[in-house]
Design a protein around this ligand. Structure first.
Ligand SMILES: CC(C)(COP(=O)(O)OP(=O)(O)OC[C@H]1O[C@@H](n2cnc3c(N)ncnc32)[C@H](O)[C@@H]1OP(=O)(O)O)[C@@H](O)C(=O)NCCC(=O)NCCS
Length: 172
């Protein structure tokens, strides 16, 4: 079947939100999701968008007015001081009954196309330790596991730590 791949628009935020809930559930992180469709709309489709998203859909068939979403790739651009422009793939998801049909690979190919057109030199992304299927999928596409080769540690400052840090910076 020929799937349709297109850039998401602000009208897709409700659909995108339900797919985000699905992947969060897949990762056992459903209680971690604090955004909603309004936030997605404001953050992705305002003056200075924070992310971009490619949707995969079933083509509209006779009698069916709306295309059904079957997956998405959500990404944003960043900068690497060694190599310059880069793309960060935040989420890649294919609805379970459509996996193994080439949709994930095509979504990756579409992001690669956009990234190269924007002058990016590489694409970064993370996957969970237990997600062997995703790791195998990425390795088959030519990805390197830098956790092992570069002994990288993922680090983050949560909201409380960020606020404390910002406040500390203001104190004499
Ligand atoms: C990972 C995921 C995006 C892959 O998408 P998909 O549409 O099922 O994968 P595709 O059908 O495009 O497969 C592309 C290639 O990877 C291979 N592949 C797919 N799943 C694989 C697996 N579990 N193990 C090994 N190879 C796999 C396919 O055989 C295919 O290889 P080929 O091109 O040589 O034939 C999808 O399974 C998914 O959404 N999983 C749940 C969410 C998830 O884990 N997301 C990534 C987290 S960061």
């Amino acid at each position: 079947m020929a799937y349709v791949f297109r850039q998401a628009t602000s009208d897709d935020c409700e659909v995108l939100m339900s797919l985000i809930q699905e992947i969060a559930t897949y990762h056992h992180l459903q209680d971690d999701v604090t955004i909603n469709a309004q936030v997605l709309k404001a953050d992705g489709f305002g003056e200075d968008p924070f992310y971009k998203c490619i949707l995969a859909e079933l083509p509209v068939e006779n009698g069916c007015k709306k295309a059904s979403p079957v997956g998405y790739a959500l990404y944003f651009f960043g900068y690497n001081v060694n190599h310059g422009r880069m793309v960060y793939l935040e989420n890649l998801y294919v609805v379970s009954e459509f996996r193994g049909k080439g949709i994930g690979k095509q979504l990756m190919a579409k992001v690669a196309e956009v990234a190269l057109a924007a002058g990016c030199m590489d694409m970064k992304f993370m996957t969970m330790e237990w997600n062997r299927r995703a790791k195998e999928f990425y390795l088959r596409l030519g990805a390197h596991d830098t956790t092992e080769s570069e002994q990288l540690h993922c680090m983050e400052l949560g909201t409380d730590a960020l606020r404390r840090l910002a406040q500390d910076g203001k104190e004499p």
